[in-house]
Write a protein of this length. Structure first.
Length: 321
């Protein structure tokens, strides 16, 4: 288990005292940029919602710059000046990718950034084909334990939310289920609907129409708490796998050593926007929930994610593609 504190992930508040106060007093005095995923991706959508509101609050233009590769996005921001003018809106690939590639420790990676806020989460749904004789997580676990390796699950990209949700489920529950890998989530979901595979952890938005029509059966949601995106479903954690949580996230980060006063101001303005009812509704319509907590809370979430996933990735022998 990694041994580092929450304050090791973000720049300690005391460090801000070493930065001349004047550095934050005239901030911002020029345009900002948010580095986000490819045009049309989930991160791009969230970034483009935040950008105009942040621009209005700060009195400076905020430009969204798209980079298709997570490696490029991370590189641009980690090497940028720590002045609050270059921000990163990214998924958990910032730290999960390094756990998979094993090129750097997760601790080394997150020390390159100053978390600002966790913006959104997107849970998955533990979903089975109706032909599988189970109607609860407990029944699924009992069946899997009675038939080791016989049940299979569909997933797409290695390290994607659907894959990690299933692998973490198997690891924490102590069951042996077989992965069937697909090039895309659409093909994987189609084969689940067709009964060619038995279970999957699709996104709530992907699963919703098939759950409503009865073509698929939802057993539980992967978030720590019940989700409005999966009404009526219990959590996996409350259904037989204590401590389980697996969600897709998008969060805003800045380069390490960005002055604390700037981090606090960015957090305040972004969270204010995320908490607006209209913002919540727009994001819920795309299958994500708004969060908008403090830098410390985001940091704690990163640490929890690393601790939970690092063991699973090592035990399962998962490596990035």
């Amino acid at each position: 288990m990694p041994n580092f504190s929450i304050r090791a992930i973000i720049i300690p508040a005391a460090m801000a005292l070493l930065v001349p106060a004047a550095m934050g007093q005239d901030y911002p005095s020029k345009p900002l940029r948010i580095i986000a995923s490819e045009v049309g991706g989930g991160g791009d959508f969230v970034a483009r919602l935040i950008a105009p509101q942040l621009a209005s609050a700060l009195g400076q233009p905020v430009i969204v710059e798209n980079r298709p590769s997570a490696i490029i996005r991370v590189g641009v921001v980690s090497k940028a000046p720590a002045d609050g003018y270059t921000l990163l809106l990214n998924s958990g690939s910032v730290w999960i990718g390094q756990l998979l590639l094993r090129e750097k420790t997760a601790e080394e990676v997150v020390r390159e950034y100053a978390p600002i806020t966790l913006a959104t989460i997107a849970p998955n749904v533990l979903t089975v084909h109706p032909s599988l004789p189970v109607k609860s997580v407990k029944e699924l676990l009992d069946l899997a334990r009675s038939r080791p390796g016989a049940l299979n699950y569909a997933s797409s990209a290695t390290g994607g939310t659907s894959h990690l949700a299933a692998a973490l489920f198997a690891n924490m529950a102590g069951i042996n289920i077989t992965r069937i890998n697909y090039k895309g989530s659409g093909q994987a979901l189609n084969d689940l609907i067709g009964g060619h595979v038995q279970m999957m952890f699709p996104s709530t938005s992907g699963a919703e129409p098939y759950l409503k029509s009865g073509r698929l059966r939802g057993l539980a949601v992967t978030s720590a708490k019940p989700s409005v995106l999966a009404p009526g479903l219990p959590t996996v954690a409350a259904s037989g796998v204590p401590g389980y949580e697996s969600v897709g996230v998008y969060g805003m980060l800045a380069p390490a050593r960005t002055p604390g006063a700037i981090i606090d101001r960015l957090n305040r303005e972004i969270v204010r926007f995320l908490n607006m009812p209209d913002t919540r509704e727009r994001l819920l319509a795309t299958g994500v929930e708004t969060v908008g907590g403090t830098p410390d809370e985001f940091s704690a979430m990163i640490q929890s994610d690393i601790v939970r996933l690092a063991k699973m990735i090592k035990d399962a022998g998962i490596r990035g593609e």
